[in-house]
Design a binder for this molecule. Structure first.
Ligand SMILES: [Zn+2]
Length: 122
């Protein structure tokens, strides 16, 4: 049996196995709603623990949510959007665009929830 070190994920607080060579958290959380710490090193995951968001930052996040645009949020917090690894869409290009916007919104929403939870805890 191989040994997989477990470390507390700074985002969800779950004890999570690290990939033995890559040093990244194994995917965790439900399949439909992975923890943003999945496939990130503990250091990278730490950057997702955003808190003390200013009014201006919330406004940027709200605007990005409306437009389904993750880039300003990535730049603002020094983090990267989790590109879906298996993105399949059988519909029209409009359906595909709607699905991509939906995923971007889901990601921004996840970040907002992390920030709200941390503000409650801190
Ligand atoms: Zn986690």
């Amino acid at each position: 049996m191989s040994y997989h070190p477990r470390i507390t994920c700074p985002i969800c607080g779950r004890d999570t196995a690290l990939h033995p060579t890559a040093g990244q958290f194994r995917p965790h959380g439900s399949v439909a709603n992975r923890c943003p710490g999945s496939r990130r090193t503990p250091e990278e995951a730490g950057r997702y623990c955003i808190s003390d968001i200013t009014t201006e930052q919330w406004e940027v996040m709200r605007d990005c949510y409306r437009r389904g645009d993750v880039r300003p949020v990535e730049l603002m917090f020094g983090i990267t959007y989790d590109q879906p690894t298996h993105f399949v869409c059988d519909g029209t290009p409009e359906d595909e665009l709607a699905a991509m916007v939906g995923l971007a919104r889901q990601w921004i929403n996840k970040l907002a929830l992390v920030a709200q939870q941390r503000n409650r805890v801190l």
